[in-house]
Design a protein around this ligand. Structure first.
Ligand SMILES: [Zn+2]
Length: 495
């Protein structure tokens, strides 16, 4: 309606025809539709079935902060989109190319969106995802050439700011719900080359997400119309500076869809909200195991101050752990937080503890990573550090040297776990007097597999540590015999 009115208005004043788009911005979008096939054919495209194979990468799980991300090989990728009903579903089969010490879910992955219901298949069940996930999935519907063109042509969207960047024609597309996208159109072919949007990531803050469309080729004709569409066979997605997925695909526009309504158990559920629980177990005098959710912490008391090993999982969890620490020891300051390794699930609370002025202890390999994490912009969601900016105070463990905190009565030693295939510079903490070892991911009793148990055992032996009790960041109180048996199982039967 709006464009028609605008066109009438212009033509009555200037006597120009109504054949073209109302603005140069919309003209670019309409030209892109013509390059894909025709404006009419794109408008008539109500569904897409995109199938192929590729790779998905595990963000925040690289072996060192600068290393490439580990990835899954993906087969049977099938993305079905129903634009009119705002529904999509993705199914893919993933094979990991890396070892993991944490629980791994099934090979087949199914998740999707139905209106404002985002859902994830978990075995026989489907769970409803949090609202933040649903908002992200709504945007994902438009990270393909047809989707972004349809959104730009939608009367409720605003298309503005035509410009040229590196040989590309660029416009901003604002959807009615306030979500912004940037559409890049190739200067030579007139085809969409990239869609970009911004998003919030708890560890990285404000991030750009961009999907590149490459290797365009003609697809089959549309049902009813004989127009063939020219669509990409390669999709590559980056989040911030990280490659997160790449697919080789073929596309069936207006192809038949499965029933994409959200399964009943997800539809009837409220959006999931993480429940933060912190349970306390005093394992030795002045040593508390702070458990709950999937990632635990350990509090160690010294004469003058307190030390926390690990601030994991999320800001909410870390805030709850810090509150519990204050309840347990209201008169003693918490001074140090030991970070075992940089993986996002183990470093999610680092910005939180920095906002409270605590000193972070980690391996020297992580120094620039944490400097970056602390400096990053968090404006889309203001986290604790954005609300209360503080400088990073960091102390690092050098190479394989021992880092020690002691007051003469109690000693806490921090060692690097050497040759750990999971992560370079991953640390373990040891209380020699109490014979307690604290470690993350090297041995998780809840995990079905323990591929790094042998490496941990070797490190304990090489260091000559006398361990009675293991406090894992994942799992529960364990002992050296458990670790030894896990190492034997991982090694397989002797021949
Ligand atoms: Zn890890």
């Amino acid at each position: 309606m709006r464009r028609w009115q605008r066109c009438l208005f212009v033509s009555s004043l200037l006597f120009v025809g109504c054949g073209g788009a109302a603005t140069p911005e919309l003209q670019l979008v309409e030209d892109a539709a013509e390059a894909i096939g025709s404006l009419r054919a794109v408008r008539e495209t109500t569904t897409l079935v995109i199938e192929g194979q590729g790779r998905t990468y595990r963000l925040g799980q690289n072996k060192s902060p600068r290393a490439d991300l580990p990835y899954y090989e993906v087969e049977n990728y099938r993305l079905q989109i129903d634009f009119a009903n705002k529904r999509w579903r993705l199914r893919q089969d993933r094979t990991s190319t890396f070892l993991t010490g944490s629980p791994v879910y099934g090979v087949r992955q199914i998740y999707g969106l139905d209106g404002d219901v985002a859902y994830d298949a978990q075995g026989e069940h489907t769970v409803r995802a949090p609202e933040r996930v649903a908002a992200g999935r709504w945007a994902e519907m438009y990270f393909n050439p047809i989707g972004i063109v349809l959104l730009a042509l939608d009367e409720t969207s605003t298309v503005s700011n035509l410009r040229e960047e590196e040989g590309q024609q660029v416009v901003d597309v604002a959807a009615a719900n306030g979500t912004w996208f940037t559409l890049f159109v190739d200067g030579e072919t007139g085809l969409p080359s990239k869609v970009m949007s911004s998003a919030y990531h708890p560890n990285l803050g404000d991030v750009a997400i961009e999907t590149f469309f490459e290797d365009y080729a003609e697809t089959g004709g549309l049902g009813g119309f004989q127009t063939r569409l020219t669509l990409p066979r390669s999709y590559t997605t980056n989040l911030d500076r990280f490659r997160v997925s790449e697919y080789r695909v073929s596309t069936n526009p207006n192809g038949p869809l499965d029933d994409l309504t959200a399964p009943a158990d997800a539809r009837s559920a409220a959006p999931s909200v993480a429940t933060v629980t912190v349970e306390v177990e005093e394992v030795a005098s002045g040593v508390w195991y702070l458990t709950g959710q999937s990632h635990h912490s350990v509090l160690v008391e010294f004469e003058e101050y307190l030390v926390l090993v690990e601030a994991p999982y999320s800001e909410a969890r870390t805030l709850a752990v810090l509150a519990r620490v204050r309840e347990l020891q209201p008169d003693k300051p918490l001074q140090y937080v030991i970070n075992t390794h940089h993986h996002f699930d183990h470093s999610a609370g680092i910005r939180t503890v920095v906002s409270e002025g605590l000193t972070v202890v980690t391996h020297e390999l992580n120094r620039s990573f944490f400097q970056d994490i602390v400096a990053r912009q968090h404006s889309i969601v203001q986290d604790a550090l954005a609300r209360n900016p503080q400088p990073l105070t960091i102390e690092t463990v050098t190479g394989d040297e021992t880092y020690e905190l002691t007051d003469g009565r109690r000693t806490l030693q921090i060692y690097r776990i050497g040759d750990d295939p999971h992560c370079d510079g991953i640390l373990m903490a040891y209380l020699p007097r109490e014979r307690i070892l604290i470690e993350a991911d090297a041995y998780s009793p809840t995990s079905r597999e323990a591929p790094f148990a042998e490496v941990l055992l070797r490190n304990i032996e090489d260091r000559g540590l006398r361990v009675d009790t293991i406090l894992p960041i994942h799992g529960g109180v364990s002992g050296l015999e458990d670790l030894e048996s896990a190492a034997r199982t991982a090694r397989g039967p002797a021949d």
